[in-house]
Design a protein around this ligand. Structure first.
Ligand SMILES: Cc1cc2nc3c(=O)[nH]c(=O)nc-3n(C[C@H](O)[C@H](O)[C@H](O)COP(=O)(O)OP(=O)(O)OC[C@H]3O[C@@H](n4cnc5c(N)ncnc54)[C@H](O)[C@@H]3O)c2cc1C
Length: 376
């Protein structure tokens, strides 16, 4: 049988494209996925203790794009959930991103009052102000000191652990984004729509791909079958440098190691995630019951250990945000351009771009509407 489309990868990008092509264009799709499961990095499963966990780190869905939320709502019900994160700073648990509540968690009430008042006076209420802007331009010494304190104790060490690089070694846009949120809203995200699939991500993917025009081959890499499977056109959501056999060199990534720990405790920590900018070699711990709302006795949490990515040994998680690597990616993009119309590249690995899940879905929906439908 000749398939209209071969799609490489069953994460959000590949699965949404498969669903659109099968249901809207009535064409046939074969997805090949090298892992033994659907869902890419969003895959979840019940562990030996009956706790629903995320194999590749905590995934919280959040978006301002109603069309993305509504599109996925055809395949899942949502459990409303607002993520909260605390960071251990100077021995105290402080809400992050840093906001007005964080001042009261860290400082004596009268000093916190003073800082809060100054922040509101200088910048207004409910606004996110980049820390570097406060540090470099504030007229008040108190605010400058505050910005320096947060930069050093909350941001700097966490960044070094996360990336193995100092903030100044990353693309300036990364540091420029770190804000103080002049607000009492201590949710980690402020998006209009936030939640998790009620029955988990894996079920959402099963529903997305439950179409007679879609076949899925798990445990199968593209390289194994590329010569054998007849197809008309290809969508590739894997690493773009791998597709071109590393012609221009390797695109660097940061990898992670996750340690899953089960405890008989009802609750391990007060909120979904606790960050450790300064202590330990892991960056953060996440307790899944907060995210999923499960009420089982006992609980499972993970510790995240960032590590260098080594091809063939561990997984590529985050493209490293440095301008020189973006420039290297552009060489691969130029190669991809030569295959335009026959091979489509999309997703966090093929675009060498960190996407939140909603952005991966939006990218797939847009590719479908703008290029695939139009190309006939
Ligand atoms: C630790 C961590 C936490 C995150 N948390 C959040 C969060 O809270 N909220 C959020 O919105 N986003 C989060 N994300 C981002 C989210 O994981 C991505 O948006 C999403 O995975 C992108 O989907 P994708 O399909 O592009 O890539 P992927 O999910 O990586 O899917 C690509 C698939 O292609 C397969 N593949 C690759 N090469 C080949 C090949 N040669 N042959 C066959 N198969 C292949 C891979 O095995 C993979 O399954 C997080 C990411 C990480 C790393």
């Amino acid at each position: 049988m000749k398939f209209d489309w071969l799609i490489v990868g069953a994460g959000f990008t590949g699965s949404v494209l498969a669903e659109r092509i099968a249901s809207q264009l009535k064409q046939t799709v074969l997805i090949v996925e090298q892992r033994p499961h659907l869902g890419g990095n969003a895959y979840d499963y019940y562990d030996d203790h009956g706790v629903l966990v995320h194999q590749y780190g905590p995934h919280i869905f959040h978006t301002n794009a109603q069309y993305v939320w509504d599109y996925l709502a055809q395949f899942t019900q949502w459990r409303s959930y607002y993520h909260r994160v605390l960071a251990v700073v100077s021995g105290k648990l402080v809400p992050v991103p840093f906001n007005l509540n964080s001042l009261y968690a860290l400082f004596p009430p009268r000093y916190a009052d003073k800082l809060a008042q100054q922040l509101i006076e200088h910048y207004g209420f409910n606004v996110k102000v980049p820390i570097l802007r406060i540090r470099d331009t504030a007229s008040s010494d108190d605010l400058k000191l505050l910005a320096e304190y947060i930069y050093e104790h909350v941001f700097h060490h966490y960044t070094v652990k996360q990336w193995g690089l100092k903030p100044e070694e990353l693309s300036p846009s990364v540091t420029a984004r770190v804000p103080i949120y002049v607000s009492y809203d201590d949710r980690y995200f402020q998006d209009t729509f936030q939640g998790l699939p009620k029955q988990g991500y894996t079920r959402l993917f099963q529903n997305l791909l439950n179409h007679p025009n879609i076949k899925v081959l798990l445990n199968t890499s593209y390289q194994e079958v590329m010569q054998e499977i007849p197809y008309q056109r290809l969508i590739f959501t894997g690493q773009i440098d791998e597709f071109f056999e590393h012609l221009h060199g390797d695109l660097p990534y940061r990898s992670l190691h996750f340690k899953f720990i089960h405890t008989e405790q009802e609750q391990f920590q007060a909120v979904g995630t606790v960050n450790y900018p300064n202590e330990y070699t892991y960056t953060r711990t996440t307790e899944f019951k907060h995210l999923t709302g499960q009420r089982e006795y006992g609980s499972t949490y993970i510790e995240e250990y960032p590590q260098p990515y080594r091809r063939g040994e561990n997984l590529p998680y985050y493209p490293i945000p440095r301008d020189e690597y973006r420039a290297l990616y552009k060489k691969y993009e130029a190669e991809a351009e030569k295959l335009k119309g026959r091979v489509f590249f999309a997703g966090r690995l093929a675009d060498y771009q960190y996407y939140n899940m909603d952005q991966a879905v939006a990218r797939a929906l847009s590719l479908f509407e703008k290029e695939i439908v139009r190309s006939g």
